[in-house]
Design a protein around this ligand. Structure first.
Ligand SMILES: *[C@@H]1O[C@H](CO)[C@@H](O)[C@H](O)[C@H]1NC(C)=O
Length: 257
């Protein structure tokens, strides 16, 4: 029953013609949006901004899921309805960003891993109880002369797998996000190769940790040349490199990307 529920949530999120609204900017990041319109970054203004998004007429015609930041999960509309309940009422699946950010991975050349596993089961259970159906956790890998290292790929894949099993045990569909960053001077072929390797590490770890793939989603990166690369690629080449990497690296059982 748990597997079936996870699969149904995943399918609902990737319904044809619909997408996810990522409203999980951290308190620091949302400040940039508010500063652009001369508003103070305080809780009232953050609530008003999120309320504006979630009360958009006919939102559910286009949006199947909304990723929330922890503060927003606890907030309500001016009329006192919890944002989570407002979304559920519209047939939209609320989700929650569970990771607690990237920290340095000791012993590597500038690589990182993502923290947030401590007490994750308790947090996941509480968000599920509060109405969430899915979660997000972001890992980052950077392309350099000596990176991503074997250790970097192994550790990030492992932490994504730990997060994914804990989510599934608590009824949340994990969005698995191994993001290969676009910073760097590498070309398109290198970005494709690294993305393929990273996906291979991730799905090996998910298999090792007994993750139920039909109850997961993948948030990958586009495969592009590095932002400082001198070689430019056409949209067609970028599209083909991205789809090729995904076809090679993502098991067919994964219901959506
Ligand atoms: C937040 O800032 C607005 C001005 O942009 C102000 O009206 C409001 O009182 C502030 N709220 C809090 C809780 O500080």
């Amino acid at each position: 029953a748990q597997k079936d529920e996870l699969h149904q949530i995943a399918l609902k999120i990737v319904a044809d013609g619909k997408g996810i609204l990522a409203a999980d900017e951290s308190t620091g990041t949302i400040g940039k949006r508010l500063a652009a319109i001369n508003l103070e970054n305080n809780e009232t203004n953050r609530q008003k901004y999120r309320q504006l998004l979630f009360t958009t007429p006919s939102l559910a015609e286009h949006i199947s899921g909304v990723i929330l930041y922890e503060e927003t999960f606890h907030q309500s509309t001016d009329k006192g309805e919890k944002f989570v309940d407002l979304l559920v009422k519209q047939g939209i699946v609320p989700g929650i960003k569970l990771d607690l950010g990237v920290v340095p991975l000791a012993g590597t050349i500038g690589e990182g891993t993502t923290q947030g596993l401590d007490k994750l089961a308790e947090r996941a259970a509480a968000f599920k109880k509060g109405g969430c159906g899915f979660a997000k956790w972001r890992c980052v890998l950077n392309i350099g002369t000596h990176t991503p290292s074997h250790l970097g790929m192994l550790e990030n894949a492992n932490v994504l797998a730990r997060y994914a099993t804990i989510c599934q045990a608590n009824g949340l569909v994990p969005i698995v996000e191994p993001e290969v960053l676009c910073d760097g001077e590498h070309d398109l072929a290198r970005a494709q190769k690294v993305t393929e390797q990273v996906l291979a590490f991730v799905y090996k770890a998910l298999a090792d940790h007994h993750v139920y793939l039909e109850g997961t989603l993948l948030k990958p990166n586009m495969v592009t040349p590095g932002q400082s690369s001198s070689s430019k690629s056409s949209h067609e080449d970028i599209g083909l490199a991205t789809v090729t990497a995904l076809r090679r690296g993502v098991p067919a059982a994964v219901p959506g990307i």
